[in-house]
Ligand binder design. Structure first.
Ligand code: C5J
Length: 238
């Protein structure tokens, strides 16, 4: 039986079961965090998201040290754009759209430099990367199958943006029976007010979609796990 740690959270403590929990880092891609990508194309100030990098780095390091399952997602499309809904391409009515050439290659297209995950959080070879065409990480992907095969029941969700891909993914996960803990300092939005409201929506009504905390208590719990010797790399190569 794996040990459970209580993590201070809202609306009440989250019962963290490390060996049934995966870290899911949403869309920490150059296209969202760096100038010249999809985020900026939509008129956003991409510097708003950069405060999430350091807390995610610390969390990912602690997660890896505990030998737990970390996963990453990337929003993007096939080079032939066959999976791009015309409505998504037209959205925003900007001169440059998904699939067009930009300073980091074709915007939001798989295999292009802008589509890749930022260097600071680059996945290790053992960490599954989910390529998703939509906002939610479960839509048109094998995420649910991978989590089921690994016995995952809980998700710690981080990344960008709070009210779009993080919220959509948490809602999808909740409907599939996963318990989701969202970390305030590790998620970010181009709009501070949407960030705040996105988190409120998750934890409202007794945690209708999940729990909200920040990375510190979780990192402490991960460190304690290592000290107690109950951390096992159960997921790697499983
Ligand atoms: C957006 C995302 N905002 N990753 N994508 O279009 O949240």
């Amino acid at each position: 039986m794996s040990k459970v740690a209580k993590i201070a959270a809202e609306p009440y403590a989250f019962e963290f079961a490390p060996h049934q929990c995966a870290l899911l880092i949403i869309d920490m891609q150059r296209d969202f965090l760096e100038p010249g990508g999809f985020g900026e194309m939509l008129g956003n100030d991409v510097s708003q998201l950069r405060r999430t990098i350091e807390p995610n780095k610390r969390l990912l390091a602690a997660w890896r040290a505990a030998g737990l399952l970390a996963m990453h997602t990337r929003e993007g499309h096939r080079p032939d754009l066959a999976d791009l809904p015309p409505a998504k391409k037209a959205r925003g009515r900007s001169a440059t759209t998904i699939g067009d050439a930009g300073p980091m290659g074709r915007i939001l297209v798989r295999g292009e430099p802008g589509h890749d995950i930022i260097a600071e959080l680059y996945p290790e070879p053992s960490e599954p990367v989910i390529d998703k065409p939509g906002k939610g990480a479960f839509h048109a992907t094998d995420l649910h199958a991978i989590l089921q095969h690994r016995g995952v029941k809980q998700l710690v969700v981080t990344g960008v943006t709070t009210e779009v891909c993080v919220n959509t993914t948490v809602r999808e996960a909740n409907d599939r029976g996963y318990e989701c803990l969202v970390l305030e300092d590790c998620v970010g939005s181009y709009f501070p007010e949407f960030h705040a409201m996105g988190l409120k929506m998750i934890k409202a009504q007794g945690g209708i979609f999940g729990w909200v905390s920040n990375s510190e208590p979780l990192i402490e719990a991960l460190a304690a796990l290592g000290e107690s010797g109950s951390s096992k790399p159960h997921t790697k190569g499983a």
